[in-house]
Design a protein around this ligand. Structure first.
Ligand SMILES: [Zn+2]
Length: 243
């Protein structure tokens, strides 16, 4: 269920893999996607299983992700029934205990952030458009608004720079904004390393990230849209402040 799980002071965090859920082939097993072809009851049960294992008493705060730079600042409990009406966002921050923040991905970079001393946490989903739009720096800025100073960061599984092939023009476009993202595939064609890009954005803010260094495309333990297309599920990053 958990590819990686850690605690730092009052902060718990985890990244899921594809095991321990109830979805059947090709979404097997722990598909946490909001949408797609998988049975809605399986997806709901998978979310219940993850929350049972991670934080049974917490309320889940997730996002309608749209590859933008909007960050939700959660300052009161979220009404789960109002989810569909919420605007899209790719980052979320809170200083409230008892909420589990979730970001979903299948090749994009899931980023978890925390200042355990200040009691401020955040999560962001940064694919290629999010990297260019600066969703991770925007999430850090909202955390600092809430009083975060010493921020730690964790980068979950994403498609690596040796696997993420893009047209040369697109590579140039992204590298013009984040030069560190320029990469080459293992077969010698233009590529992007979106994780290196996120690490560079965090580094410019004085934040050193722990990178799981797991490639979604290369590991069948993880979901990959690049590998499986519409038959791919989603894994997730989770972070919470213990009450
Ligand atoms: Zn790879």
């Amino acid at each position: 269920m958990f590819r990686h799980r850690a605690s730092l002071g009052p902060v718990d965090l985890a990244f899921t893999d594809r095991f321990g859920g109830v979805s059947v082939v090709p979404y097997d097993e722990l598909n946490l996607a909001l949408e797609g072809g998988d049975d809605v009851r399986c997806r709901a049960e998978n979310h219940r299983l993850v929350m049972d294992a991670f934080a049974p008493t917490d309320e889940l705060v997730d996002l309608r992700q749209v590859h933008g730079a909007v960050v939700d600042v959660v300052e009161e409990p979220v009404d789960p029934d109002a989810f569909d009406g919420r605007p899209g966002a790719d980052g979320v921050v809170t200083a409230m205990a008892g909420l589990t923040l979730m970001v979903r991905a299948a090749d994009c970079v899931p980023v978890l952030l925390a200042d355990p001393g200040a009691g401020v946490i955040g999560a962001a989903h940064s694919g290629r458009p999010g990297l260019v739009a600066g969703i991770v720096p925007a999430t850090v800025a909202r955390m600092r608004d809430l009083g975060a100073v010493e921020i730690s960061a964790w980068i979950g599984p994403y498609v690596c720079g040796a696997c993420y092939e893009v047209p040369a023009a697109l590579q140039d476009e992204v590298a013009a904004v984040v030069p560190e993202s320029r990469s080459t595939t293992s077969w010698g064609t233009p590529a992007l390393d979106i994780g290196a890009g996120v690490r560079a954005q965090l580094g410019a803010l004085g934040i050193v990230a722990t990178d799981l260094a797991a490639c979604t495309r290369e590991s069948s333990d993880l979901y990959s849209y690049r590998r499986d297309g519409e038959r791919s599920g989603r894994h997730a990053g989770l972070i919470r402040l213990r009450p």
